[in-house]
Design a protein around this ligand. Structure first.
Ligand code: ZN
Ligand code: ZN
Ligand code: ZN
Ligand code: ZN
Ligand code: ZN
Ligand code: ZN
Length: 183
């Protein structure tokens, strides 16, 4: 019984070998899975697609960020890029009207005397901005810019065309992606 099985195996093996050999000779009635009416597409070597370097990013997988033109920064919206904001208390003058003399510079009770509070000047240094006329922008740490939201300050974003791979699959037009062509 055992030897019979062996022989059966052997004969099956031999018949496979035979059919392969006859296939090469162009015998089409052998066990052939591929459609005999088609042949492998030589343009794409049967793959149905090509792998090409992404033209959008030159294969780098990343492109310059549109939002910040690649600088990685965008202007601070709170101070319009100045890094500081005009003092709203003194309108940027750096000084405020003396409240003791209402800006006249003279002592209200004795017009011969200069206002002691402002030394006769009629104004005092703005206490909000300490005479600078502006406040440093706390939003951007007075840099005038912040990291670009779109690229986290990198200046580059992932290429959408190739999803960051740098390469794209292009379907073979010769075989329409089938990898084989009808004869
Ligand atoms: Zn092809
Ligand atoms: Zn950006
Ligand atoms: Zn700012
Ligand atoms: Zn005064
Ligand atoms: Zn001020
Ligand atoms: Zn790309």
């Amino acid at each position: 019984m055992k030897s019979y099985t062996k022989i059966l195996y052997l004969s099956t093996f031999l018949s496979i070998l035979c059919s392969c050999a006859s296939n090469k000779k162009g015998n089409t009635d052998a066990i052939e899975e591929d459609d005999p009416d088609s042949e492998m597409c030589e343009t794409c070597e049967g793959r149905g697609f090509f792998v090409k370097t992404c033209g959008e990013c030159d294969g780098e997988g990343a492109v310059e960020c549109d939002n910040c033109d690649g600088t990685g920064r965008e202007e601070c919206t709170m101070c319009f890029g100045k890094g500081k904001k005009k003092c709203t208390w003194c309108y940027g003058n750096g000084r405020e009207k003396c409240s003791s003399c209402h800006g006249s510079g003279v002592n209200l009770y004795d017009e011969e005397e200069a206002c002691s509070s402002c030394n006769g000047k009629g104004y005092k240094e703005c206490t909000t901005c300490w005479g600078k006329g502006y406040d440093e922008c706390s939003y951007c740490f007075h840099q005038g810019y912040e990291d670009c939201d779109d690229c986290d300050g990198e200046g580059r974003t992932e290429c959408e065309e190739c999803e960051g791979h740098g390469k794209i699959k292009v379907t073979c037009t010769e075989c329409e992606g089938e990898g084989k062509i009808l004869k």
